[in-house]
Design a protein around this ligand. Sequence first.
Ligand code: CTP
Length: 411
Amino acid sequence: MNIVLGITGGIAAYKAPDLVRRLRERGADVQIVMTASAAEFVTETALQAVSGRPIRSNLWDKEAEAAMSHIELARWADVVLIAPATAEVMARIVSGGAPDLLTTICLATEAPIALAPAMNHVMWSNPATQSNREVLEQRGIHILGPAVGSQACGETGAGRMLDPDTIAATVCGLSVGKGEGALVGKTVVITAGPTREAIDPVRYITNRSSGKMGYAVARAAAAQGAGVILVSGPVNLPEPPGIDVHHVTTAAEMYEEAHRHIDKADIFIATAAVADYRPANVPEQKIKKNSENTSIDLVPCPDILASVSTLEDPPFTVGFAAETENVEQYARSKLEKKKLDMIVANQVGHNRGFDRDDNQLSVLWKNGKKEFAEATKIELARDLVELVAERFYAARGADTQPKLTIISTSD
Ligand code: CTP
C-alpha cells in the first residue's frame, strides 16, 4: 500500500516519525511530503531515516520532480494522509487552492484522503474550522479525530492528534485486501445510523444518531481483514472505501437489506438507532395545519436485531443499547431478551453519545463484562472489534482463527 503522508506545521508533527514506523509496520510504503512550517517541528533527517525515502517538500524542486512529478506522486498514492492536519491546511483544501506540493497532490489525487486534525481546542471548535470539517466530510474526505485530552498549550479539550497507532490502523483499513488481521476470511454485516419513518410526503420521524459509531466499527472490522457489508440509514458521512455500503431510509428497508446479506454473515453488529414505531398510514398529500386530527397512529417496526439473533443458524450477534438511565441493567435485559452474544451499552442524551465524536462503552456478555473509558469513536471501535473477534472465536471455536493483529497503543 502506497501512502503519501503529508505533515503540516503543528506541534503534533513531532509524532510523525512514530506514525511512519506504525504505517511501515503494517507493510505500507510511505512517501513524506512536508510543508515549510512542518520543518519547524520535525527534521527532514529523522523523517528520511524512518521512511527510507527522500522527503518531498518543494513543488519547484526540479530534480525531485524529474524523478517523480507531483502528478505521478498523486497517482502513486493509494491513500493521501495528512497528519497532523492544521486548521490552515483544512481551509486550503476546502478552498481548492494549491500553493504548495501537498495541497497540489490533494487536488490531483483520486485516492482516498484522510486528515488527522491537531490544533488548540478553541481553534478546533471555531465555527470556521467546524464548517471546513463539514465540507471536507461531505466531499468524502476522512476526518480522523481529533482526540480529547491535555494539549501542548497546557489547556484541555478536543484537538489532540489521534495516537499514531490508531491513525495507522484506520488508514490501512481504508485500503482493502491486505490479507491479515483477526477477521480475515470473515464477513461482518453492520447496521448504522438512524432510520426515517414518513409521516407524510414532507415530514418524518427520526432520531439523533449520526452513524459515526457504526461507520467507525465498519472501518475497524475492515482493518482486521473482514469483508464488511454496511447497511446504512441516512447519514452525512463519507463512504468508507473498500466497504460494501447499502443505503436505506426506513426500518423496513433496513430489515430487508440486512436479511438480504445475513446468510453470508459470520458476525452481525447492530449499531443502528432503528425507529421502534412508524406512522400507521402515510397520506399521499401533505397533512394540512387545519386538519382536525392532531394525533398520529403508530405501528411497531420490525426488530432487526432480534430477527437475526433468533434465526435458525444465527451469526455471532452483537447489539447496542442506547440508554439515558440504568444503562447496565437495561442493556443486560436486552442481551437476554434478544438472545444476543454481546451487547454494547452506552449512555445517550444530555450531550452524550449521539452525534458526537467521543463516547464511553460497557460491553456485556453472558458472565462477562468489559468497560471502555471515554475515547474517540474511532479508538472505541478499534478496541470493540478486537473484543468482538476474541469473543467470536471463544464462542465458535478457535480452530479457524487467523493471526490476531493487535492494534494497541503501546509498543
Ligand atoms: N434494533 C433493531 N431494530 C429495531 C430496534 C432496535 O435492530 N427495530 C437494535 C439496535 O440496532 C440496537 C438494539 O436493537 O442494536 C437495541 O436498540 P435500542 O434502541 O437501544 O433498544 P430497543 O430494543 O429499541 O428498546 P427501547 O427503545 O425500549 O430501549
